[in-house]
Design a binder for this molecule. Structure first.
Ligand SMILES: [Zn+2]
Length: 75
């Protein structure tokens, strides 16, 4: 009988951990999205991307190293 209770406790613990993991992931992803929510525009191709993923050169920003090397399209 004691063994059944032990198995029950282990099952409950696993379910609780799984629920916590499933509930926690979207929330932390949303928090991360809020942190890098500020969007900037690539000076070469005009694509919008999070500021944290952009490459900056002076007061201009670029979406990739290639566009950073090519520089602004209209300049
Ligand atoms: Zn670009």
């Amino acid at each position: 009988m004691g063994r059944l209770i032990l198995i029950g406790i282990v099952v409950l613990l696993v379910v609780w951990l799984l629920r916590r993991a499933l509930a926690g992931s979207p929330k932390s992803a949303a928090e991360a999205g809020e942190q890098k929510g500020e969007l900037v525009t690539c000076a070469h191709c005009g694509v919008n991307l999070p500021k944290t993923e952009a490459r900056s050169a002076g007061d201009r920003v670029y979406c990739s190293e290639e566009h950073w090397r090519l520089g602004p399209r209209d300049g």
